[in-house]
Design a protein around this ligand. Structure first.
Ligand SMILES: C[S@@+](CC[C@H](N)C(=O)[O-])C[C@H]1O[C@@H](n2cnc3c(N)ncnc32)[C@H](O)[C@@H]1O
Length: 248
């Protein structure tokens, strides 16, 4: 697992856009009432709640005890959340679909995730996922690494897995799933408030702050990316997402 820790309250306060974009992915999932669906990396539980409201039999698992605790607090009537690692779900043939939004770039050993998902699906079950694809947040990270190097620090090691369509399709096929569609697309994403870029780094890329003078780091980072990522009074993250639909 990555060493990323999840501040569930900060996540809900400033980064609700992640779950909001996931609602669009839920339309692609098109789960029917009565279907059994696993939300893999469910975070603070919004998609499970939405699916349950549509009478889908949804469960949510997440590797972070903090995120699961927050999901349970937000949805006390739903005893459907559990802490589990995507690479070892330990269930067989239980789900009509596995759904995952904004998770898989956080998990090293993608082949273990794919094989764990394949096991969890019933024959004919589908895997519908979206996560960071190759080139995701390239402008932010490139500039942040330059700022570190200028300050005499080593470039930080990034924890993410951002595959191309071909790379990820291979991983999923090796796990025994048939890829029905996969695509990579830009999704410039507006961040919350004038501190949006700083909040984004603190939430998702805290490893960039190791050893830096934070005030200087953020000032220089903002100067560097201002021309490209500041538009109409807001910061925009240069997200690039990979979507995949595969069937067992
Ligand atoms: C950006 S959040 C997305 C949460 C939720 N899917 C949403 O759309 O709001 C990423 C989530 O992936 C979870 N995660 C990271 N590594 C994981 C792993 N190995 N197994 C399960 N969940 C993991 C994190 O704990 C975090 O809740």
């Amino acid at each position: 697992m990555s060493t990323q820790t999840w501040d569930a309250a900060l996540y809900d306060r400033h980064h609700g856009f992640v779950a909001s974009y996931g609602q669009d992915l839920l339309e692609l999932l098109a789960a029917l009432p009565g279907e059994r669906v696993l939300d893999l990396g469910c975070g603070t539980g919004d998609h499970v709640a939405l699916l349950r409201s549509r009478r889908v039999v949804a469960d949510g698992v997440d590797a972070s005890a903090e995120m699961i605790a927050r999901a349970e607090e937000k949805y006390p009537d739903f005893p459907y959340f559990a802490v589990a690692d995507a690479r070892k779900l330990g269930v067989e043939g239980r789900y009509d679909a596995v759904f995952s939004n904004a998770v898989l770039h956080w998990v090293p050993q993608p082949w273990r995730v794919a094989s764990s998902v394949a096991k969890a699906l019933k024959p004919g079950g589908r895997f519908v996922a979206e996560f960071g694809g190759s080139g995701n947040v390239g402008t932010i990270i490139g500039a942040a690494q330059d700022v570190r190097v200028e300050a005499g620090l080593p470039a930080a090691k990034t924890p993410w897995y951002y595959p191309s369509v071909a790379q990820y399709a291979r991983v999923v096929e090796r796990a025994g799933l048939e890829v029905r569609s996969a695509w990579l697309f830009d999704r410039p994403t507006v961040l919350d408030g004038t501190a949006g870029l700083e909040n984004w780094v603190r939430m998702f890329a805290g490893f960039l702050l190791e050893g830096v003078d934070e005030a200087v780091f953020f000032r220089k980072l903002e100067e560097r990316v201002h021309e490209v990522l500041w538009r109409n009074g807001a910061w925009w993250a240069d997200y690039r997402r990979l979507r995949i639909v595969a069937v067992k």
